[in-house]
Design a protein around this ligand. Structure first.
Ligand code: ACK
Length: 224
């Protein structure tokens, strides 16, 4: 009989430690509250509600997905391409259970997702799979993704609108970064205490944090 292959997890990633998770949840909810009250946001409310006269409570609109993490490799228990090769890398095996500091540099809000943009260090990039920035996205749908630096997709999903899968956060982030690099510059809407808020069209908002937020995290695999 063939020796049984060890099972692959659903995904690998950095998981925020619980104290940090609570802190991030609170501070990002505060940001949603602020955004909700801005006149600039209200002007584009129909992109969230489908109706300019309807109000939206963003804190209710996004459903939080626990545990908060930054995905490196989505293995889907072996069904996703490249999962086995990733799991077999020495650096992946050696890193499981080790701590690191994730640097959150921005927040994104779209009608679909709410997420934190993570800026990876060269050491963290060793755990970032090649091609992960494009994985799961038909390239034709996202022209310009090739030009973005490696690791651009790194994020923590903070919440999703009803019926939206978490995988969408990375796609929304890439879309925003492509727009930022393009000819059309974002409209800077407001200087907030937290940072600079920009509107990117079609309900897409980006907050560039004045100060990056450092989050203690542990690298690990995750299975349900
Ligand atoms: O927010 P996320 O990075 O988006 O964390 C979850 C995690 O795996 C568990 O579902 C991410 N995920 C789901 N499908 C994919 C995919 N095809 N490519 C990359 N990441 C994915 C999801």
């Amino acid at each position: 009989a063939q020796p049984k292959e060890p099972a692959l997890p659903l995904f690998y990633g950095w998981f925020l430690i619980s104290e940090v998770e609570e802190k991030i949840k609170c501070s990002t909810m505060e940001f949603l509250k602020t955004l909700d009250t801005l006149e600039a946001f209200k002007k584009h409310i129909s992109e969230f509600t489908g109706d300019a006269d309807k109000e939206v409570d963003l804190e209710q609109y996004f459903q939080t997905k626990a545990p908060l993490h930054c995905t490196t490799e989505f293995c889907d228990y072996g069904k996703a391409e490249g999962g086995k090769e990733y799991a077999e890398q020495q650096v992946v095996k050696d890193s499981c259970g080790t701590g690191t500091e994730l640097s959150v540099v921005g927040l994104i809000v779209t009608p679909r997702t709410f997420g934190a943009r993570v800026s990876l260090t060269p050491e963290q990039l060793l755990l970032w799979p090649t091609g992960a920035d494009k994985l799961g996205i038909p390239p034709a749908d996202l022209p310009g993704v090739e030009a973005l630096p490696v690791g651009s997709r790194a994020h923590v999903t903070l919440g999703c609108a009803a019926g939206v899968e978490a995988v969408q956060t990375g796609i929304d982030l890439l879309e925003i970064l492509i727009l930022q690099q393009g000819e059309e510059k974002a409209v800077t809407v407001e200087e907030l205490e937290l940072g600079t808020l920009s509107y990117m069209g079609q309900g897409r908002w980006y907050l560039a944090l004045r100060e990056p937020v450092t989050c203690d995290a542990t690298f690990s695999s995750f299975s349900e």
